[in-house]
Write a protein that binds this ligand. Structure first.
Ligand SMILES: C[S@@+](CC[C@H](N)C(=O)[O-])C[C@H]1O[C@@H](n2cnc3c(N)ncnc32)[C@H](O)[C@@H]1O
Length: 309
């Protein structure tokens, strides 16, 4: 197995090259909804859609691509399209989930980011792949921009007589958290047998500091300043990913490998390097792979470690 490298391609194919029961944990952030099932992940289409909303004054421009909140007339066709889309999304999760299940060690965790709206489907898809659902971690972001329709403003615009009676009414709540679905490959009999065989299966819930027992809500994480060259739109905070690795990987005990099948701009790899854990990344877009490699190399140099790429 080639370690500490980003494999370019569809994670479903690339995971097939990894041996059974060889990976100690997965931290990943797949697209939050997948409108290109059966087709290639279309980076140009994402860019086109982002450009479309860039110059718009609507709040919609802050919605990440694929969150399924884009406009459209809410007729029966719209809902049917949405239902089919989410069903395909769940099946897609199940398909790569099955490969992930095969390569993870018994007892290993997969922590999978998703939106509050779609995380149920991620959990059900991963359960169908064989995983056991353990929890949902709430990552409470520090900010959450109001999205959706401000009904008073809309009525004003279309000349409604007294729009002020709808003052304060909106089509959506301010979204302040993201879900991290926590699933586990089944144990071998119990925690102790599993630890003896896999070396994983537990949470590092207590630290030798004053932070107390880890809850399933994570908050007060700093946002990183993005490098100019990093055009990726859904970069996760490094501190958050470091915390998640520390939560599921017993760093001191033995060598471990973690995987991120949706590597994006490389945050999981940077976090793993900082902690001295080996990693495998997979990314379907060559452009994002290059961005990730640049970020990873820069971070290694900054921390006086050997350049990888
Ligand atoms: C939400 S982003 C991950 C962002 C990452 N957490 C970061 O901090 O930069 C998801 C990534 O998965 C990639 N992707 C989508 N489908 C894929 C597939 N089938 N196999 C591998 N990568 C895929 C996309 O190109 C995108 O960069």
């Amino acid at each position: 197995m080639e370690l500490n490298r980003i494999l370019l391609g569809d994670c479903l194919d690339k995971m097939k090259t990894i041996p059974d029961n060889s990976i100690s944990g997965c931290i990943t952030d797949p697209p939050y909804n997948y409108e290109f099932i059966g087709k290639n992940w279309d980076n140009n289409e994402i860019k086109r859609r982002l450009q479309n909303v860039e110059s718009s004054n609507s709040m919609v421009r802050n919605i990440p691509y694929g969150s399924g909140l884009s406009g459209g007339v809410r007729n029966a066709r719209w809902y049917e399209k949405n239902r089919n889309n989410i069903k395909e999304y769940r099946e897609w999760i199940e398909s790569w989930g099955a490969e992930l299940y095969r390569i993870l060690k018994p007892g290993a965790f997969a922590l999978v980011f998703n939106s509050s709206r779609t995380s149920a489907h991620v959990q059900v898809g991963l359960e169908a792949s064989g995983f056991y659902a353990r929890d949902t971690i709430v990552w409470r972001r520090n900010s959450g921009i109001p999205k959706g329709l401000n009904v008073e403003k809309k009525l004003e615009k279309i000349g409604y007589e007294n729009p002020e009676i709808w003052q304060g009414w909106h089509s959506a709540l301010r979204s302040e958290w993201e879900a991290i679905t926590v699933v586990q490959k089944p144990l071998i009999n119990n925690y102790i047998n599993t630890l003896q065989i896999s070396g994983v299966g537990l949470f590092k819930a207590e630290n030798n500091d004053t932070s107390g027992f880890q809850s399933n809500i994570i908050e007060n994480i700093k946002r990183d300043k993005k490098d100019k060259f990093n055009t990726h739109v859904t970069v996760k905070p490094l501190e958050l990913i470091i915390k998640l690795i520390e939560l599921i990987i017993p760093l001191e005990n033995e060598k471990h490998i973690i995987i991120d099948p949706f590597m994006g701009s490389g945050t999981t790899a940077i976090a793993a390097n900082r902690l001295g854990v080996d990693w495998i990344g997979i990314e379907i877009s060559e452009e994002y792979r290059q961005i990730a490699e640049k970020r990873i190399s820069n971070d290694l140099l900054k921390n006086n470690q050997t350049k990888l790429f």
